[in-house]
Ligand binder design. Structure first.
Ligand SMILES: Nc1nc2c(c(=O)[nH]1)N[C@H]1C(S)=C(S)[C@@H](COP(=O)(O)OP(=O)(O)OC[C@H]3O[C@@H](n4cnc5c(N)ncnc54)[C@H](O)[C@@H]3O)O[C@H]1N2
Ligand code: MOO
Ligand SMILES: [Mg+2]
Length: 422
């Protein structure tokens, strides 16, 4: 049985990210504001860096409503000795100024408007008094005060945003501003999912004695979508070697990643591992010292240009989700082209209740992570912490980690919590 850190090392090393040449598609930013098409752009991962031929700001412009002046005319003025300047032009935003400001002159100017030639400084309106076509400057400004100089935010031709970042609102603002409407992004990784078990039925079927609903597939599909990949739901597969063989062969031919749940323990009907081997899969992980989630199977299938990753998750509903959050989610995020931030995120929190573990396997306690007075706190879910109990998993967003050898963390003490559910 592998330790969590060994398993993590093996799994994350197996991942070969999507290729910046072959695994890309174009998305059109013009649709970013459309409620349906926004999904095409938002959170997509840039596959190539973007540079622009525009400087930011594009021209010298005013940061205030006020007056554009020549610094030398106003540098010594004060309330007692104000400077009096003649207003020769009014420049609203969006207009090209006509005049060149001479000594003794000023232009009325507004926020965002282009600076006129000859002027180098803006005096804000509140530091002036207006008398018909003259402005009285009552306070000496600093040289170039309130002038946003061309190129002071960004110089044309340099890198604007790097490859490998997700497109959030702030990136979309920048890319829209430089008129980069066609963006090269990574395609979404295809993730095939199926559930194994003779006892499973779809949620719309009446339950016969001994049957339960296949909930794993729906939870996994939701998580896969949330991390920007495309779930391919292949349904329920019987605990029959031939049926499993057919399903796995189909899945590895149609996806980058395959996830099954169930059938990976030692029971007589747990066939997944042997079918993987019979289809030529190389098994890298057979069991990991976690609770829940011990019987996790990880395999690869040779494929060009990158191997297909296979995750055989344990069938117990909490074990399936815990292993997904801990190992599969970061692997899919890494595969999807993210340059940074694909790793699991652990936060330090104070536990509100005592946390217990057998101490032999790294134990994950599910519960609520929240902020109180600026500090993270963790409240374990009430009810049984049992990998078959999916009921108290609802409304949880964190997994508190008890390392091997730790049997108890008292209330009020610090604990590492894996953030999950998004
Ligand atoms: N003798 C041993 N038995 C078991 C061991 C062990 O070490 N020795 N490990 C236990 C642990 S830990 C886990 S976790 C489970 C894993 O079992 P499998 O991956 O083989 O899964 P199944 O046997 O098919 O199902 C387990 C459990 O989960 C329910 N299930 C399965 N699929 C779904 C689904 N899609 N949606 C909802 N619930 C599902 C299934 O009905 C079973 O109750 O093995 C232990 N046994
Ligand atoms: O891995 Mo099992 O999760 O403890 O039921
Ligand atoms: Mg089993």
């Amino acid at each position: 049985m592998l330790s969590v850190s060994d398993a993590e090392g093996i799994i994350f090393n197996l991942v070969q990210p999507l290729n910046t040449q072959q695994d890309t598609e174009l998305v059109d930013l013009l649709f970013a504001g459309d409620s349906f098409a926004a999904a095409l752009c938002a959170d997509r991962i840039l596959a190539s860096e973007v540079t622009s031929q525009l400087d930011f700001p594009h021209w010298d412009n005013s940061a205030m409503d006020g007056y554009a002046v020549r610094y030398e005319d106003v540098q010594d003025c004060s309330e007692d000795k104000p400077a009096v300047l003649e207003i020769v032009e009014e420049i609203p935003a969006g207009v090209q100024p006509k005049s060149t400001i001479q000594s003794g002159q000023a232009a009325r100017i507004f926020t965002g408007a282009v600076m006129p030639a000859g002027a180098d400084t803006v005096v804000m309106q509140e530091k002036t008094r207006r008398e018909e076509n003259r402005v009285i400057i009552l306070t000496a400004p600093k040289l170039q005060e309130f002038v946003r100089k061309r190129g002071m935010y960004y110089r044309a031709g340099t890198q604007l945003v790097p490859a490998g970042i997700p497109l959030k609102a702030s990136e979309i603002a920048v890319l829209t501003a430089v008129q980069c409407t066609q963006l090269k992004v990574f395609r979404r990784p295809r993730v095939a999912i199926f559930s194994t078990g003779d006892e499973l039925v779809t949620p719309d079927k009446p339950l016969q004695p001994g049957q339960i609903v296949d909930s794993n597939q729906y939870a996994l599909a939701t998580l896969i979508r949330q991390i920007g990949a495309e779930p391919i739901m292949l349904g329920i597969v019987k605990d029959k070697p031939e049926a499993l063989k057919e399903a796995i062969a189909y899945a590895i031919a149609h996806a980058d990643v395959v996830i099954s749940s169930g059938g990976v323990s030692v029971g007589d009907y747990d066939y997944v591992e042997q079918i993987l081997e019979s289809l030529g899969g190389e098994i890298h992980v057979r069991a990991v010292a976690t609770k829940p989630g011990k019987p996790l199977t990880v395999a690869t299938f040779k494929n060009d240009p990158r191997p297909i990753l296979y995750f055989g998750l344990p069938g117990n509903p909490v074990a399936a989700l815990v292993t997904f959050w801990r190992f599969v989610q970061p692997a899919i995020k890494k595969l999807s082209g993210l340059a940074h931030g694909w790793e699991p995120v652990f936060l330090k929190a104070l536990t509100r209740q005592e946390l217990c573990s057998g101490g032999k396997r790294e134990t994950y306690v599910w519960g609520q992570l929240y902020v109180k007075n600026g500090v993270y706190e963790f409240q374990p879910a009430g009810g049984l912490q049992n990998s078959g109990n999916l009921i108290n998993l609802a409304q949880t967003n964190g997994l508190a980690v008890l390392p091997v050898g730790t049997t108890l963390i008292p209330a009020g003490e610090e604990v590492q919590v894996l953030q999950v559910g998004s």
